[in-house]
Design a protein around this ligand. Structure first.
Ligand code: SF4
Ligand code: SF4
Length: 428
């Protein structure tokens, strides 16, 4: 683990804004882990806000809905941060935003009905991995602990913090619903110590039993990176270790991000699909870093054209996500996806440091949260000794980037890990 300068201000303390009237939306059919959704609208179709436009395709997949009342003007490959280009529905927005009424019978819904709503509303994990929530909430084993992840350990990003500051009650209602489905004995709300104001509020909720959340407690963790990583978080809060191919459910845990809990609340109480989310726009290349509610599919280009965002100077680097695990973008055509927590715009020259030989200082080993030996991955990949990578547990690597961050020889260790993982699998 590493202590990194947080860069959370000023956006951390500024109330979020809303951008509700995009002209165009670009919705890739893959915004989740698993099989891409299959398009169920033809070019030229008129769709209402919240209408299904791409169906879940297989068990691990998720539905996609129209974020605004609009016309489908095209179905074409479009920019996607993880895949380069991906089949996308292009919508021209034609209608005002819809208002949502609260469902009256939430208390009477059975767990299976709650799961069905979550599935039909296309809810996925909003902390980054975008794993379909209906699958995660139907574990094949008993769960005793639900961990709510409010850490947001990546530098700069503060969308989860603003969401907790502004919508904590709704998040807790989402947690209540999840508890009705997975029936944990205990719920741990995990936060970093830069969010202790939120922890105080949750402790108050817990003491007055404001919500029906069993065994609710908060854990305030040191603000280090990658404190919010799933395996790391489970170990920090429960001391349970997950190794190799094992999953959180193998140690009796499920982790849900706070934004996902909010989306579950909206799906069940408001009958609203996942069509909007809070996104952090941050970094020193922006005149005014801020958190904004945006419709899924809104492009960066449109946010700048409409002057919702403006540059303080020519950005040298644009990243989807945070600086540690984010993906570098080559233009502003990329849309906000369900799993997009933020965009980072940096003024600093992104120098291409030349990789130097390993000096065997061991710093990468010291900081690795998974107790791995990153230097060995670089060595083995360079020497094409792929068969040995599994001996060094390469699959345990969570690609957090701590090793590359600390390496004095500027060795791109995560790049070697990613390459190594591909060949280690092929070599099996
Ligand atoms: S931190 Fe870099 S230089 Fe040091 S042992 Fe690891 S790979 Fe080698
Ligand atoms: S080896 Fe993997 S888990 Fe360990 S520090 Fe590097 S990227 Fe993170």
């Amino acid at each position: 683990m590493v202590v990194i300068e947080e860069h959370k201000h000023p956006q951390h303390n500024i109330k979020s804004q809303k951008f509700d009237n995009p002209d165009k939306l670009y919705l890739p059919v893959s915004q989740h882990t698993g099989k891409p959704a299959s398009v169920c609208m033809e070019k030229g179709a008129e769709v209402e806000e919240g209408q299904l436009i791409a169906r879940q395709n297989g068990y691990i997949s998720a539905c996609i809905h129209a974020p605004k009342g609009s016309k489908v003007t095209d179905i074409t490959p479009w920019y996607h941060p993880n895949f380069g280009r991906m089949e996308s529905l292009v919508l021209k927005c034609t209608k005002e935003s819809k208002s949502y009424k609260t469902r009256s019978n939430v208390g009477g819904l059975y767990p299976e009905e709650l799961l069905d709503i979550i599935q039909k509303k296309g809810i996925v994990g909003m902390g980054g991995a975008a794993f379909p929530t209906h699958v995660k909430l139907k574990p094949p084993k008993n769960i005793d602990t639900l961990i709510i992840n409010g850490c947001e350990c990546e530098p700069y990003l503060s969308a989860d913090y603003r969401l907790m500051k502004e919508n904590l009650k709704e998040i807790c209602k989402g947690v209540e619903l999840i508890c009705r489905i997975v029936k944990p004995k205990k719920v741990i709300f995990a936060l970093e110590d830069n969010k202790s104001d939120v922890a105080k509020k949750i402790n108050l909720f817990s003491s007055i039993k404001k919500f029906n959340i069993p065994g609710l407690e908060t854990t305030v963790l040191k603000s280090t990176y990658p404190q919010g990583g799933e395996k790391q978080l489970i170990f920090s809060t429960t001391r349970r270790k997950i190794s190799g191919d094992k999953l959180p459910l193998d140690v009796g845990c499920i982790v849900q991000n706070v934004a996902t809990c909010f989306a579950v609340y909206e799906a069940v109480y408001l009958d609203k699909p996942l069509i909007e989310r809070m996104v952090s726009f941050c970094g020193d290349a922006l005149e005014e870093p801020k958190n904004i509610w945006v419709r899924i599919g809104t492009t960066l280009q449109e946010l700048f054209e409409k002057k919702i965002l403006s540059f303080a100077g020519e950005p040298k680097k644009i990243i989807s996500g945070g600086p540690m695990m984010g993906v570098t973008l080559d233009c502003l055509n990329y849309p906000v996806l369900k799993g997009t927590g933020g965009f980072l715009f940096l003024n600093r020259d992104a120098k291409n440091y030349e990789e130097q030989p390993c000096i065997k200082c061991g710093r990468c080993v010291d900081v690795c949260p998974m107790n791995l030996m990153p230097l060995m991955y670089a060595k083995m990949v360079k020497h094409e000794e792929f068969g040995r990578l599994n001996e060094f547990y390469i699959k345990d690597c969570i690609e957090c980037g701590c090793c590359a961050y600390i390496c004095p020889s500027r060795i791109p260790l995560v790049h070697y890990v990613k390459t190594g993982k591909k060949y280690a699998v092929a070599d099996k």
